[in-house]
Every structure is written in structure tokens, then in C-alpha cells.
Ligand binder design. Structure first.
Ligand SMILES: NC(=O)c1ccc[n+]([C@@H]2O[C@H](COP(=O)([O-])OP(=O)(O)OC[C@H]3O[C@@H](n4cnc5c(N)ncnc54)[C@H](O)[C@@H]3O)[C@@H](O)[C@H]2O)c1
Ligand SMILES: CC(C)[C@H](C(=O)O)[C@@H](O)C(=O)O
Ligand SMILES: [Mg+2]
Length: 366
């Protein structure tokens, strides 16, 4: 199968981890006889510098002509004082909005081999397998008016029924394929938007009698997420709560660098990116953890291309390298074998290609 993928490496470690993800997918291509055509586009700070805007028209065109989008991360101190329309993060919000990527899936899984390095007690992190479903194109990030001057600052939190319905339905559908439980997180004791959110969750739930659901206020959810994370199956929430809770949940896995994500349009078109940022503190040092980006690529294989076996091969390779005791720099000082970004990527590729050699030997005898 031939697939064309728009690659938006972005800024800082975004470039390093995206290179890792495409290298891993090239090895999947070799093993399963697929051809991935990578088409680079500018996004974020580099796009501001080279094209005068964080999301150039040319990038939109490249993405429109592709089967999926792979993204690194954007931002960095060089652009922190730019006006809002020239901030790298603005480009990210624009691309999410342009492609109507309203459902953002952020799976959180505790790898057994990393349980000992999670800041949480082993018995708390053990068995965690949750899916955070974050609304991605509404809420505070996009509401108007939005401005500040020296005396006043305004952000607007707006949600239309349809925006809430589609993400909540997605969450209940996912729960049906998982453990039949939805936790809807809101702030309905204060926010009007959360009151509508809660009402819609109850309406949708009526169509899913087999799915158990609960409402949880976001402050309590933030606490329960790290004290009793195994209790969560599908967590559905609005844009900003989902942003914050998913970084918090990454702690369960041991590192922010571990978490992947998929941002999906209603017709299945998707953009795939790790949940972390451009990490200026470690950029350019070849020490970033590429696993979040590599697992995002696996989500792309499964969700955009229907390549289940290929996605599993990536996930299996990641798991196996972690089980062999390897890790990246943020896990140093805990007695594991520390690899650079590129070395970790090569180890994962070796795992994938070992299986290729095994397949070849096997087919020679069959
Ligand atoms: N999707 C995105 O493009 C995205 C997401 C979050 C933040 N950002 C942007 O990134 C910039 C930096 O933000 P920040 O520092 O608050 O958040 P960050 O996620 O970039 O980094 C937070 C901390 O986690 C560490 N970290 C992150 N990813 C890692 C990885 N793969 N391996 C090892 N360690 C990793 C960093 O070194 C840092 O200490 C800002 O401009 C922000 O707006 C972009
Ligand atoms: C960079 C920022 C706009 C972005 C967000 O808040 O959505 C990031 O934190 C993320 O989680 O993808
Ligand atoms: Mg975030």
C-alpha cells in the first residue's frame, strides 16, 4: 500500500522525535511492503521565521493532499514575545480548526517494565489503561472575544451542543470497545458550559445502556487521576481540562515523552502527535524520548490506514525495548540503560527488523 503523509516537524525536539517516527515507519514499510511518502511542511516558529506565519497556505495544501498528518511539536522561547497571531502555538490551533480535528485521543498506559520508575507507587500505576478523549476545536482556546490590554483580559468559553455531542458520542463508542465505562469531567458546579456538557452526556448515555458513566468535577478528577488511576477507562472532557489532565496523566507512565495522541475529523482523517511540547530545555541534544511520537505513528497506522498488524508491530517493538531495560535520558539515575533519541529509535527499528528476518526464515521453510 502506498500512503502520502504530511510531516510537520515543528520546532525544538519536535524535529528530533518526528524523524524518529518516520524512521520507524520506514522500517514498517520494509517489513510489510508499504511505501510511505513523506512530504515536509512548515508549522510553528520555523514557519513564522521562514514564511511570516505559523501555518502557511503551502502547509495546508500539503496536508490536504495527504492521507494523514504527522506532527512533532511547536514553540520555544524565540517566539514567546511575538504577538498572538505570530505565536507558533497559533499555527497548531489553526491547523486543528482548519481540518476540524475535534476529537483528540490520548491513551495512557502504564508499561509494566516502567512501573518501578513511575513517581507513583507501583501498585497505584499498575494496570492503568485509560483513554482521555479531549474536545479539541472548541472552548476557551477558540471563543471570541479574546483579547488583553493593560487593564483587562478576556477569554471566552463557548460550546455549541453539536461540538459537545460529537466528542461525547465518540467517547461512549470507544467505551463499548473497551471496559464500558465513561467518566465525564467538567466544572458544572460553576461553569454554564459544563452544565450543558453534563446534560448532553446524560442524553447520549441513554443510547448506551451497557456503558456505565459518571460525572466528575475537574478538581477532584485531577486528584483521583494520580491516586486511583486504574479506576478510569474512558475520560471525556473539554479542551482545556483535557490538555491539563493529560500532562498530569503522563506522570503515571513515568514521562511526558511517552504519551501519543490522535486528533480526528468525523470522516476519520487524522493528525498524529505526541502530547508533549518542543522542550526547549533539552532540544538539539539528541536526548528526547521519541516513544510518544513513535506510538503516535502507530495510532496513524491503525486509525488512518487500517494497518492493525503494523501498528501492533510498532507497539510490540516499543514494549520489548523497554522490557530489555532501555530508556532515554529522563529516566537516568534509576539503573536503566540510557540511550540517546537516535539509539532508542534504532533499537525499536532493530526489533521490527528482527521480526522481518524471522518472517523470511520462516517463509523459506514453508
Ligand atoms: N503540541 C505542541 O506542539 C505543544 C505541546 C505542549 C507545549 N508546546 C509548546 O512547547 C514549548 C515548551 O513548553 P513546555 O516546556 O511547557 O512543555 P514541554 O512539553 O515542551 O516540556 C515540559 C517538560 O517535559 C520534558 N519533556 C517533554 N517532552 C519530552 C520528551 N519527549 N522526552 C523527554 N522529556 C520531555 C521537557 O524537557 C520539559 O522539562 C512552549 O512553547 C509550548 O507552548 C507545544
Ligand atoms: C501548545 C498548546 C496550544 C497545546 C494545547 O494546549 O492544546 C499543547 O499543550 C497540547 O497539549 O497539544
Ligand atoms: Mg498540552
Amino acid at each position: 500500500m502506498k500512503k502520502r503523509v504530511a510531516v510537520l516537524r515543528g520546532d525544538g525536539i519536535g524535529k528530533e522525535v518526528t524523524d524518529a517516527a518516520t524512521a520507524v515507519l520506514d522500517s514498517i514499510g520494509r517489513r510489510f511492503h508499504h511505501e510511505f511518502e513523506w512530504v515536509n511542511g512548515l508549522l510553528g516558529g520555523e514557519a513564522v521565521d521562514k514564511a511570516g506565519q505559523p501555518l502557511p497556505e503551502e502547509t495546508i495544501k500539503i496536508c490536504e493532499e495527504s492521507d494523514a498528518i504527522l506532527l512533532g511539536a511547536v514553540g520555544g522561547p524565540a517566539w514567546d514575545n511575538h504577538p498572538s497571531h505570530l505565536r507558533p502555538e497559533r499555527g497548531l490551533l489553526q491547523i486543528r480548526k482548519h481540518f476540524e480535528l475535534s476529537v483528540n485521543l490520548r491513551p495512557v498506559q502504564a508499561f509494566k517494565s516502567l512501573l518501578a520508575v513511575s513517581p507513583l507507587k507501583e501498585e497505584v500505576a499498575e494496570g492503568v489503561d485509560m483513554m482521555i478523549v479531549r474536545e479539541l476545536t472548541g472552548g476557551l482556546y477558540f471563543g471570541e472575544p479574546s483579547f488583553h490590554d493593560n487593564e483587562k483580559a478576556v477569554d471566552t468559553l463557548v460550546y455549541a451542543r453539536e461540538e459537545i455531542e460529537r466528542v461525547v458520542i465518540h467517547a461512549f463508542e470507544l467505551a463499548k470497545q473497551r471496559r464500558n465505562k465513561v467518566t465525564s469531567v467538567d466544572k458544572a458546579n460553576v461553569l454554564e458550559s459544563s452544565k450543558l456538557w453534563r446534560k448532553i452526556v446524560e442524553e447520549v448515555a441513554e443510547n448506551y445502556p451497557e456503558v456505565e458513566y459518571e460525572h466528575m468535577l475537574v478538581d477532584a478528577a485531577a486528584m483521583k487521576l494520580i491516586t486511583y488511576p486504574a479506576a478510569f477507562d474512558v475520560v471525556v472532557t473539554e479542551n482545556m481540562f483535557g490538555d491539563i489532565l493529560s500532562d498530569e496523566a503522563s506522570v503515571i507512565t513515568g514521562s511526558l515523552g511517552m504519551l501519543p495522541s490522535a486528533s480526528l475529523r468525523a470522516d476519520g482523517f487524522g493528525m498524529y502527535e505526541p502530547i508533549h511540547g518542543s522542550a526547549p530545555d533539552i532540544a538539539g541534544q539528541n536526548i528526547a524520548n521519541p516513544i510518544g511520537a513513535i506510538l503516535s505513528a502507530a495510532m496513524m497506522l491503525r486509525s488512518s490506514f487500517g494497518m492493525e498488524q503494523e501498528a501492533s508491530a510498532v507497539e510490540k517493538a516499543v514494549k520489548s525495548v523497554l522490557e530489555d531495560g532501555y530508556c532515554t535520558n529522563e529516566f537516568k539515575n534509576i539503573g536503566r540503560k540510557v540511550l540517546s533519541t537516535r539509539e532508542m529509535t534504532e533499537k525499536i527499528i532493530n526489533e521490527i527488523e528482527c521480526e522481518l528476518i524471522a518472517d523470511n526464515i520462516l517463509s523459506a521453510y514453508v
